[in-house]
Design a protein. Structure first.
Length: 124
């Protein structure tokens, strides 16, 4: 399995995740997942809105999401209890010092994730 957080650190950058549950939920999730990077939380979704990440019922209720869910189950992944806002989708940003955006990925629906290699490439 690829150590994306380690590769990002080696490139001189920092990986930070932003969730949307409560601070208590974020702390518990961070510990349970043994995350090797910082996890912040934004229950008011201000960050998500500011960067243009998608939200809505259709981002979780469609055939391609169901297909991804079945594939994940077959690979051994299990969805735990939803914490925060289920309809809010995420994405990935690479921001340089000074605030310059080097890379943007906006997830269109649940299970739509950026290829970690793209994050690493954006740091070059």
């Amino acid at each position: 399995m690829r150590d994306t957080a380690g590769e990002i650190t080696k490139a001189g950058a920092e990986l930070i995740a932003i969730g949307n549950g409560t601070a208590k939920q974020a702390k518990r999730f961070h510990e349970e997942q043994k995350m090797a990077f910082r996890l912040l939380t934004d229950p008011g979704l201000k960050t998500y809105k500011a960067v243009g990440f998608k939200s809505g019922a259709l981002t979780i209720a469609n055939p391609s999401v169901a297909k991804r869910g079945v594939k994940a189950l077959l690979q051994g992944f299990r969805q735990s209890r939803t914490q925060g806002t289920a309809f809010q989708q995420g994405g990935a940003l690479v921001i340089a010092p000074g605030g310059k955006e080097l890379f943007r990925y906006v997830s269109t629906e649940a299970g739509d994730h950026v290829d970690p290699a793209e994050l690493i490439d954006a740091l070059d």
